[in-house]
Design a protein around this ligand. Structure first.
Ligand code: PMT
Length: 219
């Protein structure tokens, strides 16, 4: 029962977490499962889009014929893959939970537990979404914001700082929203509007999100 409104459009979606290696056996990661991004990809594909789905480590699967799935591990790999495709993208949706920092050096061998404390120096990762904002030509650019406090203010800040057309806010203060689970609760914020949605399955959140985008790009 999906419409075919995205026929002829290329939609680029980032999904999942990134893993930042510490040594050959350990990494810094986060709780993203990839479910939100894969749900958006599936729905966009159902609506006729050509979907480029770039995902960090996730057990989600996809075999939709309209979805070209690229699996990456780190933020730097995700960055490189995104910019292979960004130029020819009509709609870009960044739902990945990208690590903001990565270990400055990756130890070649497993770090031994010889000392009572261990310090790992972290350096900032490239901001993929911010760079998409800087390189924007024709793309309709959608970010996500995962917040725990001052949610709307922080999301609005990201909308402006990253040169987005809209941002999807989910808050860890809302039960059933955000990471891992099958549901999410979102607010969509544009420069001139704030729309609040009920708690629903990530599949239905994806539908709301794409309906909203379709309405925006048809204006
Ligand atoms: O995967 P699930 O378990 O289904 O969970 C879904 C989700 C909670 C991960 C998803 O709904 C979500 O909120 N994704 C964004 C998480 C996040 O990292 O938000 P942020 O506020 O830290 O980042 C803001 C935006 O910048 C995001 O669009 C993010 O993809 C992007 N970003 C951030 C840092 C970075 N280095 N590069 C980026 O592109």
């Amino acid at each position: 029962n999906s419409n075919k409104n995205l026929e002829g459009k290329t939609v680029l979606i980032t999904a999942g977490p990134t893993y930042e290696a510490i040594d050959p056996v350990r990494f810094i990661g986060n709780h993203s499962s990839g479910k939100m991004g894969f749900s958006i990809a599936e729905e966009a594909a159902n609506r006729g889009a050509k979907v480029i789905l770039i995902s960090g480590p996730s057990s989600e699967k996809s075999n939709h014929q309209n979805i070209e799935l690229h699996r990456v591990t780190s933020a730097k790999e995700m960055f490189a893959k995104v910019f292979e495709y960004y130029e020819n993208t009509d709609i870009a949706i960044a739902s990945a939970a990208v690590a903001d920092y990565a270990p400055k050096e990756i130890a070649q061998e497993k770090i031994k537990k010889n000392d009572d404390s261990l310090t790992i120096e972290l350096v900032k990762n490239p901001d993929i979404l911010k760079t998409m904002g800087e390189r924007k030509t024709k793309q309709f650019l959608v970010g996500f914001a995962l917040e725990t406090q001052n949610e709307e203010e922080n999301a609005k800040g990201k909308l402006q700082k990253k040169n987005l057309d809209m941002i999807v806010l989910n808050s860890l203060r809302d039960e059933g929203a955000g990471f891992k689970g099958a549901t999410n609760k979102i607010k969509i914020i544009t420069e001139s509007s704030l729309t609040e949605f009920a708690l629903k399955s990530k599949e239905d959140v994806a539908k709301d999100l794409l309906n909203f985008i379709e309405e925006q790009i048809s204006k």
